[in-house]
Write a protein that binds this ligand. Structure first.
Ligand SMILES: NC(=O)c1ccc[n+]([C@@H]2O[C@H](COP(=O)([O-])OP(=O)(O)OC[C@H]3O[C@@H](n4cnc5c(N)ncnc54)[C@H](O)[C@@H]3O)[C@@H](O)[C@H]2O)c1
Length: 347
């Protein structure tokens, strides 16, 4: 059978093609699945999609009408997929429930250090043969306090690195992680964490209860010279409120790998188009802000695991097997509880 994969990056294509050898043929498209591109899937029983694909009612209707029966999402998160509609249309949906948390945790630290030690500005200067140090002063991390919001797999990996720096560890989560407690993490109320932390990193999933977790009031309660890193989900931060704080001269640095309106922008070359997103346009003008394009997961290791699991998900589907990666099973298989699905809505 030939499988159609949408949104395949150039680096990913050879890995995808190799992984499917001996199993199925694979056709890799660089375009993302949207309402405009959904008709290309006509005649493909199985398609594969990436994190910024749009799988809303209209797209799913188009897919089902074209004969698609299975969607293999190449990410952990699935908040881009209307699962209820998929279920109603009889579409099987699977995702990748686990891959290297180190990919994201290490990248969160890359952003934290880049803004703390002004690496982007320093690099731009030396390219111009400007070797002054003015404006490049950072801070030692040893002895300072890190606040980790969400201490699951990625939060724990992030905390281990913070421990290596010799930082004081504050955590906030609905459930304490014993491994973080063993490292010396103190679980506190969110308000205390925001007020005391010198560096705050977000690692909770985006859920209705965590939407704008950092709203205007929360951002105001942070230290003026705090560093904020978001490598989790854009919707966790009220970006307009963040821009207002930055305009007021607050925060030593902000590193963002995700942005609440990233769909339709991130992963694409928009350099020749008129910029329509004024918030993002303003955000990237601040010298203490670094924005990257949802690349925290993008390591050989994590992408290899994502692709390997996607192949397994396809093989499970064709063999009629059910795994923990299945979000909407084939009609003949039992459904997981809705509550479990909502809680597990990770990116
Ligand atoms: N930028 C990227 O490339 C990238 C890649 C993968 C994941 N992510 C993001 O990282 C997040 C964390 O991933 P993970 O693998 O560590 O997930 P995880 O499920 O292991 O950890 C999430 C943690 O958040 C906690 N949590 C859930 N709901 C909460 C709430 N309402 N309030 C407080 N805490 C809550 C959970 O108890 C858990 O400890 C994902 O949800 C995703 O948004 C980003």
């Amino acid at each position: 059978m030939e499988i159609l994969a949408f949104g395949v990056q150039a680096d990913e294509k050879p890995l995808m093609e190799k992984a499917f050898v001996g199993h199925h043929d694979i056709r890799c498209l660089s375009v993302f699945l949207t309402e405009d591109t959904a008709p290309i899937a006509a005649g493909y029983e199985i398609i594969s999609t990436s994190v910024n694909a749009i799988l809303d009612n209209r797209v799913l209707q188009t897919l089902a009408a074209g004969g698609t029966q299975m969607i293999a999402q190449r990410s952990t998160g699935f908040n881009n997929i209307d699962l209820e509609v998929a279920e109603r249309l009889g579409l099987t949906v699977a995702r990748v429930s686990y891959y290297s948390p180190y990919s994201v945790a290490e990248f969160a630290w890359t952003l934290a250090m880049a803004v703390n030690r002004r690496i982007v500005r320093a690099s731009n200067r030396t390219r111009d043969f400007d070797f002054r140090l003015d404006g490049l002063m950072g801070r030692d991390l040893r002895g300072r306090t890190v606040g980790v919001l969400g201490t699951g797999k990625i939060g724990e990996a992030f905390t281990r690195i913070a421990h290596g720096f010799g930082m004081n560890l504050l955590g906030w989560d609905v459930a304490e992680n014993p491994a973080c407690v063993d490292l010396g993490m103190k679980y506190v109320e969110k308000e205390r964490l925001l007020a005391e932390a010198d560096l705050i990193s977000l690692h909770v999933p985006l859920l209705p209860s965590t939407q704008h977790l950092l709203d205007a009031a929360a951002l105001r309660s942070m230290k003026d010279d705090a560093i904020l890193v978001n490598s989790s989900r854009g919707g966790l931060v009220d970006t307009e409120a963040l821009v207002a704080e930055l305009r007021a001269g607050r925060f030593a640095g902000v590193g963002l790998d995700v942005y609440e309106a990233e769909a339709g922008l991130f992963f694409l070359d928009k350099s020749l188009e008129v910029v329509e997103d004024d918030t993002l346009a303003r955000l990237v003008t601040f010298p203490n802000v670094v924005v990257t394009s949802h690349q925290a997961y993008y390591t050989e290791d994590a992408v290899g695991q994502i692709i390997g699991t996607t192949v397994r998900n396809v093989l499970d589907y064709t063999a009629g097997r059910r795994s923990e990666n299945v979000l909407v099973p084939r009609l003949s298989q039992a459904l997981p509880s809705r509550g479990a699905r909502e809680f597990d809505d990770r990116a």
